[in-house]
Design a protein around this ligand. Structure first.
Ligand code: SF4
Length: 86
């Protein structure tokens, strides 16, 4: 399905829920292992610069590949860009 505003692919709601649930699970697992789960400022800023300039960025807030709000996703050390950009 495409976004009516920009024509880019738009993930389905079930994919977004699945992505969010997987992210929370991975975060909880990492926290339980005592790993750092919050990206430092340099890493966060790097990721945001990539997302803002990315073809798949929708309205400067959402990734149209995975459906995540990338400003939130970029805060987690456990997350990766679905296109391998960061
Ligand atoms: S997470 Fe990756 S694909 Fe999605 S908007 Fe950011 S850089 Fe682009």
């Amino acid at each position: 399905m495409s976004c009516s505003a920009c024509g880019k692919n738009k993930p389905k709601i079930l994919q977004e829920v699945s992505t969010f649930t997987r992210a929370m699970y991975n975060l909880a697992k990492a926290a339980a292992r005592g790993e750092e789960i919050v990206a430092n400022k340099d890493l966060y800023d790097y990721r945001i610069r990539k997302c803002v300039n990315c073809y798949y960025s929708a309205f400067d807030t959402k990734c149209s590949v995975c459906g995540c709000l990338f400003r939130e996703k970029a805060k987690s050390t456990q997350e990766k860009c679905p296109k391998g950009i960061w």
